[in-house]
Design a protein around this ligand. Structure first.
Ligand code: FAD
Length: 401
């Protein structure tokens, strides 16, 4: 019997292999990852791994031993260079061929890069992998100042750690406000104030136009302005890794196109995680998400369906971000809301903003409010009384009865 082969060794890949065994699949499972590590928790890279609060082993999704114990053939440093859907074969490196019965593509995404004058100077980093963080951590130890290009969640998480460890931190953001692509003006203003109160200098409407330095980067150029820094970290979004899929003839459009079963345009090839463009029946539209929840839930769906199941992927997206001592947990998309209801006080750094559309909850941003986050996940789509949401004396769990 030929194998179930998984390309990529990230969240989606690791969960798919584990789910296949949980579903009692006894055949061969091969994971082919191009990195030197077993599947790991990428979110910790800009959080506790960068701050030095957890070790490398704690970043791993499961102990390395798990794969051997479960007869999962995890092959690291094994880049897949070609998929041939006709012969149901993948090429590893230049020559090795592996035949699959079913294939899962979980190639994730990569940082969007800036191609400007000076982009190749030493001291400019992107943050996607363990090796990126190892390099950044070393550089941070001898730096006095860091400039972060991009005021999204990743950049702001790094800013929080860098300023807390004593560096001078500047954040440059092209848009009118930080987090503009992902949240409301009110939440952007809250995080802007939080970071500036901790000493981070934020410059919005400031587009990076190049880099300068002698032996290594010394400043970021933004038109006629410049910002000195010993170290630059760029976080301006990601691109899905779809090239392998596209070259093999699979439908791709802003991600590998899959249906609600995580099936691609080929009946033997599934895809999961950051690399997919998938339908969300609860939201009524197609999405490409960059989130652990999506990678893990799609992996479980794909595993079940690879074994002949008939499971649809239908989940309300949720996300989180840790900055300083604040944990932000988000359900849905605030842009889907027509009105907002604040519960709690922003000045306490513990509050939730509910977003309603036609009186129903469609999203929440919960800062240091895990109960509100948990309830909001279950309230999604339900009609609610806004005054009860706003009343901190009212027990939100009563809305679930
Ligand atoms: C710094 C950082 C912080 C984040 N924080 C959060 C957060 O707080 N909350 C949240 O929900 N999400 C967060 N994310 C996003 C989250 O990590 C991703 O959504 C998740 O990792 C997606 O999992 P995946 O399996 O689809 O892809 P990945 O985890 O990217 O794994 C894909 C793997 O496939 C490999 N690969 C690619 N092409 C090939 C090939 N041809 N052959 C072999 N291997 C290949 C890649 O190198 C990679 O190892 C964060 C991401 C980063 C980088």
């Amino acid at each position: 019997m030929s194998a179930i082969v998984v390309i990529g060794a990230g969240h989606a890949a690791g969960q798919t292999a584990a789910s296949l065994r949980q579903e009692n699949y006894e055949g061969e499972i091969v994971i082919l990852g191009d990195e030197p590590h077993p599947p790991y928790q990428r979110p910790q890279l800009s959080k506790k791994y960068l701050s030095g609060d957890i070790t490398l082993e704690q970043v791993y999704l499961r102990p390395e031993k798990f794969y051997g114990d479960n007869n999962i053939n995890l092959r690291t440093n094994s880049p897949v260079t070609n998929i041939d859907p006709l012969s149901k074969a993948v090429t590893v490196g230049n020559t090795e061929t592996i035949i699959y019965e079913k294939l899962l593509i979980a190639t994730g995404s990569r940082p969007r890069k800036l191609d400007l004058n000076g982009s190749d100077l030493k001291g400019i980093y992107y943050l996607r992998s363990i090796s990126d963080v190892d390099l950044i951590s070393t550089a941070m130890k001898s730096a006095a100042s860091v400039c972060i290009v991009g005021g999204g969640y990743l950049g702001l998480e790094v800013a929080a750690i860098a300023v807390t460890s004593g560096l001078q931190v500047t954040v440059l953001e092209t848009e009118e406000r930080i987090l503009q692509r992902v949240t409301t003006a009110e939440m952007s203003a809250f995080y802007h104030e939080l970071h500036t109160s901790r000493g981070v200098k934020i410059h919005t409407q400031t587009a990076c136009s190049g880099f300068e330095g002698e032996k290594q980067v010394e400043r970021v150029l933004c038109g006629d302005r410049s910002f000195d820094a010993d170290l630059i970290i760029i976080g301006i979004g990601i691109l899905p890794n779809t090239e392998l899929a596209a070259e093999s003839g699979l439908a791709c459009e802003n991600g590998i196109v899959v249906d609600d079963h995580c099936l691609t345009s080929d009946p033997n090839i599934f895809a999961a995680g950051d690399c997919t463009n998938h339908p969300n029946p609860l939201l009524g539209r197609r999405l490409r998400l960059e989130s652990v929840q999506n990678a893990m839930d799609q992996a479980r769906t794909a595993a079940a369906n690879m074994l002949g199941g008939d499971i649809s992927y239908a989940a309300i997206p949720w996300f989180w971000s840790d900055q300083y001592e604040l944990k932000l947990q988000m359900v849905g998309f605030s842009s889907d809301g027509a009105t907002q209801v604040l519960r709690g006080n922003k000045s306490d750094n513990a509050f939730a903003v509910f977003y309603l559309d036609g009186g129903a909850v469609v999203a929440v941003d919960a800062v240091n409010s895990p109960r509100e986050f948990m309830v909001a996940r279950q309230l999604y789509g339900r009609q609610v009384d806004a005054s009860q949401l706003a009343d901190t004396q009212f027990n939100l769990k009563d809305l679930l009865i």
